[in-house]
Design a protein around this ligand. Structure first.
Ligand SMILES: [Cu+2]
Length: 121
């Protein structure tokens, strides 16, 4: 019974948090289409994210492409480098972050497309 109320309390606390980090902009843009492969990703938020407690995942269909060396460029942003080829296709980017000095985790996802380049047609 005690364990159950703790779980409930935790759940309420997590859902009822007010420190949601909001994504303001991104590269690639959400819903956007690029004409070339991607070597770096950037996300801009309404507050300063903590890169050490953040994660960016990149998926091309079911294939996971490593995103490494997460850091901030000092513009309330997260930047990471794509370690792998990004062939034409549909991509899904999942982000998880925590604002600096906070404990409230936020996450979201964006979708973008990489189109075939003239050389590949
Ligand atoms: Cu950078």
């Amino acid at each position: 019974m005690v364990r159950w109320s703790c779980a409930l309390f935790l759940l309420t606390f997590t859902v009822g948090g007010f420190a949601d980090v909001k994504l303001l902009d991104s590269f690639p843009k959400s819903g956007g289409s690029l004409g070339e492969s991607v070597t770096d990703l950037r996300l801009w938020f309404d507050v300063e994210p903590d890169p050490t407690r953040s994660k960016i995942e990149l998926l091309n269909e079911e294939a996971r492409i490593p995103v490494v060396a997460l850091h901030t460029m000092g513009e309330n942003d997260l930047m990471g480098f794509v370690r792998g080829p990004t062939p034409p296709g549909r991509y899904r980017l999942l982000w998880h972050t925590i604002a600096l000095g906070d404990d409230q985790a936020s996450s979201g996802e964006i979708y973008f497309t990489i189109a075939k380049t003239a050389a590949e047609l």
